[in-house]
Ligand binder design. Structure first.
Ligand code: UDX
Length: 442
């Protein structure tokens, strides 16, 4: 294998490029963003992901380089497409970046020069077929290879996948299968299950997996609302359910809903695919609806406690969509902050990781400069500063806040009340300290 090109050096592409370099391949990462490309070539990682910068530094300018030019794909046997497929205004996956990358590939490669083009971007069922059509007349095979990386532990996930899914046009054609086996030989040797199937099945596996996990979360979140009223404890319900290994305990933690760059977008895109095929997605639409409602339900809980939120000061613990990332996309904390600010409250936000990165906090500043948030939102670098003089503490991200000094926190707050949106706190402990505690379904 001469060289592998990876188009798109966002979250998925960068990890793919760095991972393939660690396997020993010569890798070129291609991105249209010149500033990013320059930074990557200096070994600077544009996003926070454990272990990523170390690996980048280890390989950059050795067997890994970055460029804005597509020329490098000429000498590559395998080309990974890892561009973003964001949500468009109708909830569909926006495939503009993908198709424009395909156009650039067409402009660059020789028609007769054989290439394997691997689509790693999350794409609706039918997209691999469309890409192959766009490349008709070219000597290429198109392979669907969805990713299952979790943010925060994506580097670990890359090297320790639970399955490798590969979709092909024609399973009789062994050439692209053999090439992909070589690319992923590391996983073969580790006995990772390989799912070799057709394009459409591979594409659907990705959506099915994400929508199922999202449904598990929405299921337990819906039950939590009942649990809240009838004096049941949802944490014990989840635990007991999870002991049945047909159910399993993962993704059964009730809270204020799922977020991030994948679940909300993929669930909505799957709904669209049903609609496009004239089928009503009864269950999956409900998954989405429960999630949208959950944060409003939690906000109502807070509102009912205070009656009037005007001028109340809240410490929001957790800004990113989940722990160990600075990613704010679809973050429930942000949705809640919007609702609080809209009711005249003052918000002091804190996050262990998101605070450290200017690019994430800048998302706030952007909105602030539009005047939307006025001056009522503050992002603090210190948890104790955030809780100081607060009328209430709201936990929005599932970090282990139990390790903080709750006696100190008690002495700093104005009113001893906690709304725990992730059911993470040791209830007995904080109650003993005199806090009123409101969780989700407990
Ligand atoms: C997810 C999938 O896990 C991954 O396989 C896919 O490739 C991309 O989408 P990620 O977006 O990184 O990964 O987040 P994940 O760790 O799965 O959590 C998603 C959201 O669900 C978070 O907002 C989290 O707070 C929430 N969640 C998770 C719950 O509310 N309850 C749970 O029990 C688990």
């Amino acid at each position: 294998m001469k060289k592998i090109s990876v188009i798109g050096t966002g979250y998925v592409g960068l990890i793919q490029a760095v991972g393939l370099a660690e396997f020993g391949f010569n890798v070129v990462g291609i991105d249209i963003d010149e500033t990013k490309v320059k930074a990557l070539n200096r070994g600077e990682c544009p996003l926070y992901e454990e272990g990523l910068e170390e690996l980048l530094k280890k390989h950059v300018n050795k067997n890994l380089t970055f460029t804005t030019s597509y020329e490098s794909i000429k000498g590559s046997d395998v080309i990974f497409l890892c561009v973003g497929t964001p949500q468009d205004k109708d909830g569909d996956a926006d495939l503009r970046f993908l198709f424009s990358a395909v156009e650039k590939i067409k402009e660059t490669i020789d028609k007769d020069d054989y290439k394997v083009i691997v689509i790693k971007s999350t794409v609706p069922v039918g997209t691999n077929r469309k890409v192959k059509e766009l490349l008709s007349g070219y000597n290429v095979d198109v392979v669907s290879n969805p990713e299952f990386l979790r943010e925060g532990i994506a580097v670990y996930d890359f090297f320790n996948p639970e399955r490798i899914v590969l979709g092909f046009e024609n399973l009789e054609n062994k050439k692209p299968i053999e090439i992909m086996n070589k690319v992923y030989n590391y996983f073969k040797e580790k006995n990772v299950p390989f799912i070799i199937t057709n394009w459409e099945t591979a594409e659907l596996i990705k959506y099915a997996s994400n929508a199922f996990l999202a449904t598990k979360i929405s299921f337990i979140n819906e039950l939590a609302k009942l649990s809240d009223i009838v004096n049941a404890d949802i944490k014990t319900v989840s635990y007991a359910m999870g002991l049945d290994d047909r159910i399993g305990n993962k993704f059964l933690n009730a809270g204020i809903g799922y977020a991030g760059s994948c679940f909300p977008k993929d669930v909505k895109a799957l709904i669209k695919q049903f609609e496009n095929n004239n089928i009503e997605p009864i269950l999956i639409r409900s998954t989405d609806k429960v999630n949208e409602e959950q944060i409003k339900w939690f906000f109502e809980k807070i509102k009912n406690y205070y009656k009037n939120l005007n001028g109340k000061v809240f410490a929001i613990l957790g800004l990113a969509f989940k722990p160990n990332t600075d990613d704010l996309r679809e973050s429930r904390a942000i949705k809640l902050i919007d609702l609080l600010l809209g009711s005249g409250a003052i918000v002091k936000g804190f996050d262990y990781v998101a605070k450290a990165r200017e690019n994430t906090i800048n998302m706030y500043k952007l909105d602030k400069s539009k005047g939307f948030y006025g001056y009522n939102l503050y992002v603090l670098d210190d948890l104790y500063e955030a809780v100081k003089d607060a009328d209430g503490i709201i936990i929005t991200t599932e970090y282990n806040y139990n390790k903080e000094d709750w006696e100190k926190i008690r002495n700093l707050v104005k009113e001893k009340v906690i709304f725990d949106g992730r059911n993470i706190l040791d209830v007995e402990k904080v109650k003993k300290l005199g806090f009123k505690y409101y969780g989700v379904g407990r």
